[in-house]
Design a binder for this molecule. Structure first.
Ligand code: TXA
Ligand code: MG
Length: 325
């Protein structure tokens, strides 16, 4: 199906599709999501199928606000503080499943926790209001590919499998939400994302990085983090300070080396917010015939740089499988 303008009518149609167990792709401030009714196991199964996603990797449930979240998860004071500061916005909280929570078990891959967030994008909010259900939504791409930040990326990635795509233009944040586990004494950053570690720590004090927890445990906690995700089909070389003529250069800042086949600059002024917003679209643009490899300049490891470097490391981690996906 195709990209449709988001109007009161198309949003009402999309909401009906969701209530009937169908899927809809919609914009959030981070990336486009492939949404289904989180309380409908068959809709959730369809999400896994369309994405080609392993069923052990749980999905985020999207809600309007903290009041709505309380029906699905066991809420606590830390969640309350974080939601007051970051919701609606790019922060996902992992909390214990509430007793009698109607979220489908398949959505949480059988875990006794639920990942939940309130997106700030007005189209996402209008869709949730019209649907009246929590919406399970992973990024709207085939599993293992770069997340879509424009409606045409969704259409390209899902092809004939794509459901109705609500057009919200380019995503303003451009990297996925931060995933924070609140089920441990010290909260654990499972995935760096649009809400920075520094901003979170300013609200709740020190948090732990998932690198600090043993590998098996991290796998159990956030199964999605183990794979070489976000991979373009060409090899990616990080920390590039010079380039060769067969490379496409993903530059950052004002001192890009000359000589690449094609250069795209994430942010000529060195702004990390602008770089995050451009990241996936530029990775896609450099992933084209004629370019042998994508070289990436160093990105400062502060603020949104954590999320950007996380995605770049995954893109560069060649586990030998992503080129076939
Ligand atoms: O920005 C975003 O988060 C986007 C938009 C659409 O909201 N969604 C997104 O979903 O990135 P997805 O499915 O691509 O990533 C969800 C991440 C995965 O790393 C998954 O393992 C983790 O959240 N996750 C989901 N449920 C979890 C749970 N109960 N415990 C731990 N990690 C969980
Ligand atoms: Mg994803």
């Amino acid at each position: 199906m195709s990209v449709v303008e988001a109007t009161a009518q198309s949003i009402a149609d999309a909401a009906r599709t969701l209530r009937e167990g169908g899927l809809v792709a919609f914009p959030t401030e981070t990336v486009y999501g492939l949404g289904g009714d989180a309380t409908n196991a068959r809709a959730v199964a369809a999400i896994f199928e369309v994405k080609g996603r392993p069923q052990f990797n749980p999905l985020i449930s999207h809600v309007l606000d903290a009041a709505a979240a309380r029906a699905f998860v066991r809420w606590n004071d830390t969640a309350e503080k974080l939601a007051a500061t970051f919701w609606p916005g790019p922060l996902t909280l992992v909390l214990p499943r509430a007793e009698g929570s109607p979220i489908a078990l398949l959505a949480t891959a059988g875990l006794d926790t639920v990942a939940i967030r309130a997106p700030s994008h007005p189209i996402a909010q209008a869709l949730m209001r019209a649907t009246g259900r929590p919406i399970a939504a992973p990024s709207a791409n085939r599993s293992g590919e770069v997340s879509p930040t424009r409606p045409e990326h969704v259409a390209q990635s899902l092809g004939a499998r794509a459901p109705m795509i609500l057009d919200g233009g380019p995503c303003l944040v451009g990297v996925e939400s931060t995933v924070l586990d609140l089920t441990t004494a010290t909260p654990v950053l499972l995935r760096p994302g649009g809400a920075t570690r520094e901003a979170i720590e300013a609200v709740i004090g020190p948090i732990a990085l998932s690198d600090a927890i043993p590998n098996g445990d991290a796998a159990r906690k956030s199964p999605g983090q183990l794979h070489s995700h976000y991979a373009p089909s060409r090899p990616v070389r990080l920390e590039a300070t010079s380039v060769s003529p067969d490379e496409g250069l993903l530059a950052f800042g004002s001192t890009a080396p000359e000589g690449a086949m094609l250069t795209m600059n994430l942010s000529p002024s060195g702004n990390l917010g602008e770089a995050a917003a451009n990241l996936f679209a530029m990775m896609r643009a450099l992933d084209r015939p004629g370019i042998g490899r994508i070289a990436v300049m160093p990105i400062p490891h502060i603020g949104l740089g954590l999320a950007i470097n996380d995605r770049l490391r995954r893109a560069a981690a060649d586990d030998g499988s992503h080129r076939q996906r």
